[in-house]
Write a protein that binds this ligand. Sequence first.
Ligand code: PEP
Length: 257
Amino acid sequence: SFERRPLIAGNWKMNLNHLEAISLTQKIAISLTEEQLALVEAAVIPPFTDLRSVQTLIQGDKLNLAYGAQDLSPYDSGAYTGDVSGAMLAKLDCTYVIVGHSERREYHHEDDSVVNAKVRAAFKHGLTPILCVGEGLSVREEAAHVPHCTAQLDAALAKVTAEQVANIVIAYEPVWAIGTGKVATPEDAQEVCGEIRKALAAKYSEEIANGIRVLYGGSVKAKNVAAIMAQPDVDGALVGGASIDADEFATIVRFPE
Ligand code: PEP
């Protein structure tokens, strides 16, 4: 993973208003040095309503933090009440957009074809999707987690070109490890992240697969991040609960120390 700059992305989920978002982003920025942020890319992924404030702070103060959104519409504009388009996120200079998070798949019934449409919408608007895949507990107990995740990956990447995919981020997030405190073992994370990279190599090329960052997500904390990051095919973490505590998140970003 030495040729891939690790990414630690904080998925704030439905937490923090725009004033709280400014405060947390400032605290994270103050806690990290330029040297630390040269080694590891750090991104904040707040709710939509916080994005304009986060953009103004990060760009105005030239903070070395990336930011993005938690979801996007597959459509560009129109009669889709409550949705937010990739064009709107691009206008806010978002770098990233999470696509296919298990909470979207579960609570909003997003299936593989919706996830694929959202991935393609992200690329259309110049956003980098952080594509989430991962199995539930029953699939893991049947030892079907690898084919489950590679099937989700394959479906999400339908009609995605090699040129586009070179810029994707994949997050392996076992559903049983999200928000549960049950972190996957480093070996579990490596197994699936490695298989995801193999699937990308088979679908596109070895060179493209070796350039794509594959993250692990699921109860990552300051105390367990280093062991997970030591795995060769794990290139970062998507952090939920621990991302809205500035000290904890900054400590995760400093994992190389
Ligand atoms: C997530 O929601 O992407 C996640 C990994 O959450 P947590 O870190 O809280 O398990």
